[in-house]
Design a protein around this ligand. Structure first.
Ligand SMILES: *Cc1c(COP(=O)(O)O)cnc(C)c1O
Length: 816
């Protein structure tokens, strides 16, 4: 196995020939990329096999998630293995630019936003901490979609990310699992024991594809992300069917089966779409648990599963994998012949659950009829869980109808998945302190009375090795020069940077790094979208999924206001501003698509107005994804975290910006509250209603958007501009936004928060002129961001939820 530049070059040359039979000079960039990946994979499995004996045989954690937004892997793995430098040099001596090869990799279409990215950060931290923690998900053939902008509109193009193949994955056909859908359940009485026989079902083969997860400087722990793909049982075609001449039938069976892992988020506005989504959920749950039980038996002897919950933790990321609960019950009872009570004990003690949202429309529920036809045995088990739960509950809360009513799994013909998750797991966590408080006191307050001991908080974190060390090499270098390299292992070490907060020369270097990152980003925008942005201007950035509660509209109204002000008084604008937006709108979410259109209309309006176009600029970054994020977060001056308080469970973008020295302009929502605690109130720019006030308005009324409109001429001007031909060639386009504010009473308090938002933005605008003070605050943000590393989050999960040990990292020689 290669260990230095020379042996690498040798190994690489033979890898290229092996791959394609061509020499390096003839090989395509793709071939050269694939060869490098193959070589790294070999190096990893070499590490793994030589170190097998030292691998622990402790508890295994399985993280079930519908999404893993992992981003590109090659660069991170080179950084993690500390190989980048000599591989870059070695390749250069072969006339190959490493950056060209890195360009070849595509972002896997395996997630769509914060939830999927969190799962990916957790995989890294588990591997780093030496936890045997594996991901379990779906190998979607197509991702959400690739976003293109045409004429200011979002256009969705199929995200065919697997088109050239994915060299990191390894297909494991011998580890396939058979999944059963539909059919009937027959009960049989044998010697006083009832057994349940699932018959006339349709089988689907789940075939795993494994992706190796390796973290920083820890080659002993290479974990596994197992992604399941749906195939027909008998290989390519139903041959019997085919031979009978029923060609169409046999091909349509095949495509029906394969549709299960065809695409992330099938459009669920039709009944057929909903059925497919439910199939996906059961598919990866049943496949995952099937393979976990199989490997458990291999590790622990093929005896019984009595000790299962001591050796296995199954964590479910939101409710999408909640069928883990009835499915594990099914395995333990129907296949392992356990009684209900023992199976229930094991299940509850194995499963833990993270809740991600309090938005009522995002609470998952499934029609009973659908579950009945698709998963008849699972429905029986859920019914029995419900029956027993109610029995206990009535004994405890006899006179409290409300508790009993609000904790039902079955309601109005639907099964409430969050309720099943709370009842069937040992831990229920929120993702930031504020969010957990709202879960306990509002959303699940009755469950909190029943199961108070299950509720806990685990504030989210992000992988600081991806979003700082790898994504921002210049800043990383500066940090390491100042405080040594140990922060890479222990993000809390960043605190040591605080001694530089009044060091003039250090602060100037910090500012210069920011400037270089802005130039890097500007280059990419120019190259990809042909847009020119000025790296000397303030980069004011809001990148995240487009959603009403995230209030991109508030940001747009602010820019419209700045424009209006500049028309009246050209001196009102100080400095030059680049407002950067990015994010996808769900394909059937009309409001969000119109917000994208508005951003583009405003961008055009400003661009064509010579009175302001030197001072204001609005750009929309196409197809925001992890790779784009890795360029944008390090380049931002201002981080816009402006959700309507109480609505953003945690946010993780806020943490990535902070780590890279952006100043937060935000509401007291999600983890912003804890960012404020960490950084100190003078170093964050908070505005708007508190969560308490928002919840109070929502419950008791008392807010009228018309009042804000009438009292306030600034607001009136901007709001009217949505509706009066202010934007060229726009008919009734923005009427839906106007209506959301004025007819539907501004559900997210945009007008209510407008002025305090403007005030804080103005304060930042002024502060930006005081370079020294700005840089000091930027440094304090970086220095205090350590607690938002997902290493901290995963240590908390390990200590309190999974009850599992992890490695402690030795302090580097540079620390005391
Ligand atoms: C971090 C991240 C998100 C989450 O951003 P929020 O601001 O927390 O909503 C979404 N998408 C991508 C690609 C990310 O990297």
């Amino acid at each position: 196995m290669f260990t230095d530049k020379e042996s690498f070059k040798q190994a690489y040359l033979s890898k290229v020939i092996e791959g394609d039979g061509t020499t390096v000079d003839e090989a395509t960039q793709w071939d050269k990329f694939v060869a490098l990946v193959a070589l790294l994979k070999e190096k990893m499995s070499h590490h793994r096999s030589t170190n097998k004996k030292s691998m622990s045989q402790g508890k295994q954690v399985y993280y079930f998630s519908m999404e893993f937004l992992i981003g590109k892997l090659l660069h991170n793995y080179l950084v993690n293995f500390k190989l980048e430098e000599f591989i870059r040099e070695g390749l250069l001596e072969l006339n190959i630019n490493l950056d060209d090869l890195l360009e070849q990799e595509v972002d896997p279409g395996l997630g769509n936003g914060g939830l999927g990215r969190l799962a990916a950060c957790f995989l890294d931290s588990m591997a780093f901490l030496g936890i045997e923690g594996h991901g379990n998900g779906i190998r979607y053939k197509y991702g959400l979609f690739e976003q293109k902008i045409m004429g200011g509109n979002q256009v969705e193009v199929a995200d065919n990310w697997l088109k050239n193949g994915y060299p990191w994955e390894m297909r494991k056909p011998d580890k396939a699992v058979v999944i059963k859908f539909k059919g009937t359940v027959r009960t049989e009485l044998n010697e006083g024991k009832i057994s349940f026989l699932h018959e006339n079902y349709e089988s689907v083969l789940a075939v795993p594809y494994d992706v190796p997860i390796m973290s920083y400087d820890n080659p002993l722990y290479i974990n596994n992300l197992r992604l399941w793909s749906a195939e027909t049982i008998c290989g390519d075609l139903d041959l019997a069917c085919f031979n009978r001449g029923e060609y169409k039938q046999s091909i349509s069976n095949k495509s029906e089966v394969e549709s299960i892992s065809y695409i992330l988020y099938p459009d669920d506005s039709s009944p057929a779409g909903r059925e497919l989504r439910l199939k996906q959920e059961y598919f990866f749950v049943a496949a995952g648990l099937g393979s976990i039980v199989r490997s458990y038996k291999k590790r622990n002897g093929s005896g019984s599963l009595h000790n299962f919950s001591r050796r296995v933790s199954v964590h479910i990321n939101d409710t999408h994998p909640v069928l883990c609960i009835p499915e594990l019950m099914r395995i333990l009872m129907d296949e392992e012949e356990m009684g209900w009570d023992e199976a229930w004990n094991i299940t509850v003690n194995t499963v833990s659950f993270t809740n991600h949202t309090i938005m009522p429309e995002a609470m998952e529920k499934w029609s009973i009829d659908l579950i009945k036809s698709l998963l008849p045995r699972i429905l029986q088990i859920i019914e029995e869980i419900d029956r027993r739960f109610k029995e206990d509950l009535i004994a405890r809360f006899m006179d409290e109808d409300e508790v009993i009513r609000n904790t039902q799994i079955f309601k109005d013909g639907y099964i409430w998945m969050a309720h099943l998750a709370i009842i069937g797991s040992s831990s229920v966590n929120g993702v930031a302190q504020l969010h957990t408080k709202i879960l306990k006191n509002e959303v699940f307050k009755d469950y909190y009375r029943v199961f108070g001991y299950k509720f806990n908080n685990k504030t989210n974190g992000v992988n600081h090795r991806r979003f700082l060390l790898a994504a921002n090499p210049k800043l990383s270098h500066l940090i390491t020069e100042a405080i040594g390299p140990y922060w890479k292992e222990e993000a809390g070490e960043l605190k040591k940077l605080l001694v530089y907060k009044d060091d003039h020369s250090f602060l100037e270097q910090l500012a210069y790094v920011k400037y270089e990152n802005k130039c890097r980003f500007a280059e990419v925008v120019k190259h990809k979208q042909g847009l020119l942005i000025d790296p000397q201007s303030i980069f004011d950035v809001q990148v995240k999924r487009i959603h009403a509660y995230k209030r991109q509209l508030l940001n747009v109204l602010k820019i419209m206001h700045l424009y209006n002000e500049a028309m009246n008084d050209p001196e009102s604008l100080t400095g030059s501003h680049t407002f950067i937006f990015g994010g996808k709108a769900a394909p059937n979410y009309h409001y969000a698509k119109i917000v994208i259109k508005l951003i583009h209309a405003l961008s055009q309006k400003i661009e064509h107005d010579p009175r302001v176009n030197q001072k204001l600029k609005v750009v929309f970054i196409e197809n925001f994804n992890v790779s784009q994020g890795e360029l944008i977060y390090p380049a931002a001056d201002i981080s816009e975290q402006i959700s309507s308080a109480s609505k953003e469970a945690s946010g993780t973008g806020n943490m990535k910006f902070m780590m890279n020295g952006a100043l937060t302009l935000g509401t007291l929502d999600g983890a912003n509250v804890e960012i404020k605690e960490a950084v100190g109130e003078d170093n964050i720019f908070i505005f708007g209603l508190t969560a308490e006030k928002v919840l109070d308005y929502t419950r008791n009324g008392g807010y009228k958007s018309w009042d804000e409109y009438h009292v306030n001429s600034d607001i009136r001007t901007c709001v009217d501009q949505l509706n009066c031909g202010f934007f060229d060639n726009m008919g009734e386009e923005f009427r839906v936004l106007f209506d959301s504010l004025m007819i539907y009473n501004d559900e997210f308090f945009i007008l209510k928060d407008f002025h305090s938002y403007l005030e804080m933005h103005d304060k930042l605008q002024t502060l930006y002129r005081n370079k020294k003070e700005w840089n000091r605050i930027s440094l304090v943000n970086i220095a205090t961001s350590g607690r938002f590393s997902s290493d901290r989050t995963i240590r908390e999960y390990a200590d309190w939820i999974w009850k599992i040990r992890y490695r402690t990292v030795n302090k580097g020689i540079n620390s005391h």
